[in-house]
Design a protein around this ligand. Structure first.
Ligand SMILES: *[C@@H]1O[C@H](CO)[C@@H](O)[C@H](O)[C@H]1NC(C)=O
Length: 302
């Protein structure tokens, strides 16, 4: 690399950390670790106040939120927030519903908790959290019950991808889209395959559905949705079969973190480069194999 490029890289590329919250290893854990892209290393940070896997995890207004999940005995409605500057977790208002394997996303300044499983049934219900009032409120439910659902926001719309419909006992290929201005859910094009526990992420205004499973079959296949043409397209397979993995986008790459291959929890991370249509395994693994962890990307605290 030329010196000028090198200086640019260190001075201007925003420093990001990938934070992996809780998960199943094989029981619900409190551990939180983060990957420093510059150092190419993992660090442990403050543990969750209580064990949590299958939670929804987002980054909003400088804080990480871990929403609901399973604590080893119960699906919970509790929510913890993490301040990266103080390296400290605090509890905020509970959701109205218990939910694990939910989807969580930020849209128009609100934190949405979508679907999931309450311990007896898959949920179609959706609620939103207003940080200013510290309150959760229900919005229009989805058309389908979806546990193990993946969500992502593209172009101001929230997409709920696949999952498991307790009623028909089928993994789902259907996808629906939430417009927060009209408070309406609408079906969009289905994926080419059924995926429950897919990792869902957004890169360059495209929605990715990574791995997941259909019954006992764990997938390594990946497909990508372009809202502009309402079409799913298959892309290169991952190196490993994964379901219940975390997904996040950083610096033009899509990262997939952990998950399980149907028998083992995985400590490996791989990333997709859309320019080359290739998956590459990151050389540094997490400290422990974990599935059902929440993953988000934050700005590195100064
Ligand atoms: C799980 O949560 C319930 C209710 O919040 C609590 O009573 C229980 O002690 C928790 N279990 C574990 C293992 O933390």
């Amino acid at each position: 690399m030329q010196i000028s490029n090198w200086v640019n890289y260190w001075l201007f590329l925003p420093l990001k950390l990938m934070v992996v919250v809780g998960g199943q290893a094989p029981k619900a854990i409190r551990s939180v670790e983060c990957y420093d892209f510059k150092e190419e290393r993992w660090h442990q940070v403050a543990e969750l106040p209580s064990r949590r896997c299958r939670a929804g995890v987002v980054y909003m207004s400088g804080l990480i939120f871990a929403v609901g999940g399973f604590n080893g005995s119960l699906r919970v409605r509790t929510v913890d927030s993490y301040d990266p500057v103080k390296n400290q977790w605090t509890s905020v208002a509970n959701m109205q519903d218990r939910r694990s394997t939910l989807g969580a996303a930020v849209l128009n300044g609100l934190l949405y908790a979508v679907g999931g499983f309450d311990g007896s049934t898959g949920l179609s219900s959706v609620e939103a959290y207003n940080m200013k009032t510290n309150e959760w409120f229900h919005v229009t439910p989805m058309n389908t019950r979806r546990s193990s659902v993946g969500v992502g926001v593209v172009g101001g719309m929230l997409y709920a991808v696949g999952g498991y419909d307790g009623a028909s006992r089928q993994c789902l290929s259907t996808v629906e889209c939430y417009n927060c201005n009209s408070d309406v859910w609408t079906y969009v094009a289905e994926m080419s395959t059924r995926r429950s526990g897919a990792g869902v992420g957004v890169l360059n205004n495209l929605l990715y559905a990574v791995g997941g499973h259909d019954g006992p079959l764990v997938r390594k296949s990946v497909e990508v949705y372009d809202p502009a043409i309402n079409t799913w397209t298959q892309i290169a397979d991952m190196n490993m079969c994964r379901r219940n993995a975390g997904v996040c986008a950083v610096n033009g790459l899509l990262y997939v973190i952990g998950g399980d291959d149907g028998s083992c929890n995985l400590a490996t991370v791989e990333y997709y480069n859309p320019t080359t249509d290739k998956w590459t395994v990151v050389s540094s693994c997490m400290s422990t194999g974990r599935s059902y962890a929440g993953v988000t990307v934050i700005d590195k605290p100064l």
